[in-house]
Design a protein around this ligand. Structure first.
Ligand code: NAP
Length: 252
């Protein structure tokens, strides 16, 4: 496990990024941060059309190009197709951020087959298919950055079976991608956010105080704090197959 406090260290001028689930939360912060570093950005969403268009405007405010794509990661064709649509709109693809994810938490006995299929479709199959399509078209210097979770490192209580199962698969995918794509100069890394203040996990939610207490820093992180590590990885040349905790010490 590697940890970093680095902020972005390289220009992404001339690069094209695709951020899945970029309309809100960590994905929206990442799209804006990558644009600040010089990248043109495509972002996917399912329901939040207006929110996605707002992120497009925030990217364009940095003088970068942006496009919002409605693409459900649970749909195999849409998950893979987002890559081609990005390349068509923005001229290529250099950086993929696999951020779209769903969190279904609850007692093991209460999880339905529908829950299992939905979470695995979005959090695992969609990430696999988007990464596969991205790898097929990325040039040397390509970057695949996946959002995991602190729950792959430490499950602090009951209720996380399905979510932890799905996100743990992404560690294996990341390491295998690093090995498979390294000879082409493409890197793959995974970032594990701790409790992060978003719609999925609001810092004023009923379970927030207990989550904050589980971190060494005693607080939630912000979406920008996760985005800054993603931006660092987008510009890092000699880092691949690595896990980055941005979790306030949740795993410490
Ligand atoms: N917040 C945390 O504490 C935390 C901690 C660890 C890891 N994470 C991970 O970080 C990632 C982002 O989480 P977040 O907290 O920012 O979540 P969020 O606030 O719920 O935002 C989720 C984003 O993903 C999009 N999305 C959801 N399902 C999708 C699908 N099937 N296809 C495409 N896009 C989809 C949403 O788009 P719409 O606008 O269409 O809804 C939205 O833009 C997730 O992978 C999550 O598991 C979060």
């Amino acid at each position: 496990m590697t940890t970093t406090h680095s902020t972005a260290n390289g220009s992404l001028n001339g690069k094209v990024a695709l951020v899945t689930g970029g309309s809100r939360g960590i994905g929206a912060a990442t799209a804006v941060r990558l644009a600040r570093e010089g990248a043109d950005v495509a972002l996917t969403y399912v329901n939040g059309k207006e929110a996605a268009e707002d992120v497009v405007r925030r990217v364009e405010a940095f003088g970068r190009r942006a496009v919002a794509l409605r693409a459900d990661s649970a749909d195999p064709a849409e998950a893979a197709g987002a890559v081609e649509r990005t390349a068509e709109a923005l001229g290529g693809l250099d950086v993929l951020v696999n951020n779209a994810g769903v969190g279904v938490l609850g007692p093991l006995e209460g999880l339905s087959l529908t829950d299992v299929d939905r979470v695995l479709a979005v959090n695992v199959r969609g990430v696999f298919l988007t990464s596969q399509a991205a790898a097929a078209r990325m040039p040397s210097g390509g970057r695949i950055i996946t959002i995991g979770t602190c729950m792959t490192q430490r499950v602090p209580g009951p209720g996380g079976t399905l979510y932890a199962t799905s996100k743990s698969a992404l560690i294996g995918l990341t390491k295998a991608l690093a090995r498979e794509l390294g000879s082409r100069g493409i890197t793959a890394n995974i970032v594990h956010p701790g409790p992060t203040d978003t719609d999925m996990n609001p810092a004023d939610g009923p379970y927030a105080p207990a989550q904050a207490e589980m971190t060494a820093l005693g607080r939630f992180g912000t979406a920008d704090e996760v985005a800054s590590t993603v931006a660092y990885l987008a510009g890092a040349d000699y880092v691949t197959g690595a896990e980055f905790a941005v979790d306030g010490g949740h795993a410490a």
